[in-house]
Design a protein around this ligand. Structure first.
Ligand code: NI
Length: 176
């Protein structure tokens, strides 16, 4: 496995709509290796998700994981998940504000509104389709990663750019 170089905003790949994956290649060695490398890259940089365009690959693939100890993914967290050719359908009108960051936008955080509950339909790493319903932080990560596949980053979703903060300053001033 390899740690992949992460593309930051300004690199065109981050802003380019990714292409659908041909399902027949999913179980092949090269594609499985890409998935492993994306997971390793996510772990290396302590991210909760990585989308393929962030590692310079213009395909509709993302991986995500919320560790059990994270506190945001429920008590059990969210195990390593692979999303290939995903579609996301909002299941709530309600959107909630929470803090997001992104490996392609280093050091910054901002408040982003996201649907509280979504249905995810995707192919897994075995190439088989699956559907799940996610809420809260899990739903947020799904929306964030799927946005990357359309060339969008969380900054595009922010309603109040004044909340954009460097992580260390945000931590310094949110301390009571
Ligand atoms: Ni991101």
């Amino acid at each position: 496995m390899s740690i992949l170089k992460v593309a930051r905003i300004g690199h065109p790949v981050v802003r380019t709509r990714a292409k659908n994956v041909d399902p027949t290649v999913i179980t092949g060695r090269d594609f499985q290796r890409l998935l492993d490398d994306m997971v390793e890259t996510m772990h290396e940089y302590h991210g909760v998700g990585v989308a393929a365009p962030q590692v310079h690959v213009g395909l509709r693939v993302a991986v995500l994981q919320v560790p059990a100890g994270d506190g945001r993914g429920g008590r059990r967290g969210v195990p390593v998940s692979v999303l290939i050719n995903p579609t996301v359908t909002p299941l709530s009108k309600k959107r909630v504000l929470d803090i997001e960051g992104c490996l392609s936008v280093p050091d910054l955080r901002g408040l982003v509104p996201r649907f509280d509950k979504v249905r995810l339909e995707a192919l897994g790493r075995d190439g088989k389709p699956y559907t799940l319903v996610a809420s809260g932080f899990h739903a947020r990560v799904i929306q964030h990663e799927c946005d990357h596949l359309d060339g969008n980053v969380y900054l595009d979703r922010m309603e109040d750019m004044k909340t954009l903060s460097f992580l260390d300053e945000m931590e310094r001033f949110s301390r009571r």
